[in-house]
Design a protein around this ligand. Structure first.
Ligand SMILES: Nc1ncnc2c1ncn2[C@@H]1O[C@H](COP(=O)(O)OP(=O)(O)OP(=O)(O)O)[C@@H](O)[C@H]1O
Ligand SMILES: [Mg+2]
Length: 246
C-alpha cells in the first residue's frame, strides 16, 4: 500500500533521512522504531507532504505521492495523526471530530463514522460536548486518533500514540490500534518509543539510526533478537503479552 524508496529529506541544509526504504503492505501494522531524534517524525512528515522529499520515491496505492500538498495526500486516503497535544482546544470533542472529515461531503457517512469513533472510545462519547482543552492527556490522544479516522482513510500513520501516558491508558490505546486494524482492515504505520508493545502489535518492524534503516524484520523475530533486546527493549509495560492487546 505504501512504498518508500531511498528517501532523503531534512530541514534546510540539514539532512536527516539518508536513503530510507520501507514497505507497508495493505492491511498490515508496520512499526518504525529508533532512538530520540533519529528521524521517525521526520519520515512521517516527508510522507505526509509536510516537508520536501529531496531524493527518492514514495508511492501510495500505486501512485507517486512525494512532494504533493498535504491535503491532496489526505484526500488520497493517507492520514497522519501527529505527535502530542494536537487538538483544537477551544472546540468541543464533536467539532474536533468533524474537522477530521473536512474533505468529505457524505453527511450520513460522517455521522456514522462519528458513532464508530465513539464506539472505539466510549470516553469521548461521554465528553462529546466538552471543550477539548479540558480533556486529559489520554483523552486528547484518543481524540486525535478519532479525528484521523473521520477522514475515512485507507491508511493511518500514528506518531507515538503512547507518549507520556500512564501504563493503563497506554494499553487501552494499543488495544484500540489493534481493533482498528482488525475491524476496519486499516493499514497502519506506527512510530513508537514503546518498542516491546509496538513489536507485539506489529507484523513487521524497521529500526532507523543515522538516517538509514539499521535493522528490519518480522516483528515476532525482532522481539526475540538479542541486538534489539539489548539496544531498544524496555518501555513502560514490559510484561505485557499479546493476549492483553486483544
Ligand atoms: N523543524 C525542524 N527544523 C530543524 N531540525 C529539526 C526540525 N524538526 C526536527 N529536527 C531535527 O531532526 C532530527 C530528527 O527529528 P525527529 O523529530 O524526526 O526525531 P524522532 O525520531 O521523531 O525523535 P523522537 O523520538 O524524540 O520523537 C532531530 O535532530 C531534530 O532536532
Ligand atoms: Mg518524533
Amino acid at each position: 500500500m505504501l512504498e518508500i524508496r531511498s528517501v532523503h529529506s531534512g530541514y534546510g541544509k540539514l539532512k536527516i533521512l539518508r536513503g530510507i526504504s520501507m514497505s507497508v503492505p495493505n492491511g498490515s501494522i508496520v512499526t518504525l522504531l529508533g532512538g530520540n531524534g533519529t528521524g521517525k517524525s521526520t519520515m512521517l512528515k516527508a510522507i505526509s507532504g509536510l516537508i520536501p522529499v529531496w531524493e527518492g520515491e514514495i508511492t501510495f496505492d500505486g501512485r507517486a505521492i512525494q512532494n504533493l500538498k498535504p491535503h491532496v495526500i489526505v484526500r488520497r486516503g493517507l492520514v497522519q495523526v501527529t505527535q502530542g497535544k494536537d487538538s483544537y482546544p477551544g472546540m468541543t470533542v464533536e467539532d474536533n471530530l468533524k474537522v477530521g472529515a473536512f474533505s468529505r461531503s457524505d453527511r450520513a457517512g460522517v455521522a456514522q463514522d462519528m458513532e464508530m469513533v465513539f464506539d472505539l472510545f466510549p470516553r469521548l462519547k461521554d465528553r462529546r460536548r466538552q471543550i477539548s482543552g479540558t480533556l486529559s492527556g489520554g483523552e486528547v490522544q484518543m481524540l486525535v486518533i478519532g479525528r484521523g479516522l473521520m477522514a475515512r482513510p485507507k491508511m493511518i500513520m500514528l506518531d507515538e500514540p503512547s507518549a507520556a501516558l500512564a501504563p493503563k491508558i497506554v494499553l487501552d490505546i494499543f488495544r484500540v490500534v489493534n481493533r482498528i486494524r482488525r475491524d476496519m482492515n486499516m493499514t497502519i504505520l506506527l512510530v513508537e518509543q514503546n518498542v516491546r508493545m509496538a513489536l507485539l502489535l506489529a507484523d513487521y518492524g524497521y529500526i532507523i539510526r543515522d538516517g538509514v534503516v539499521h535493522m528490519e524484520g518480522e516483528a515476532s523475530s525482532m522481539i526475540d533478537d538479542d541486538n534489539v533486546r539489548q539496544s531498544y527493549l524496555g518501555g513502560t509495560v514490559a510484561d505485557t503479552n499479546v493476549e492483553a492487546l486483544s
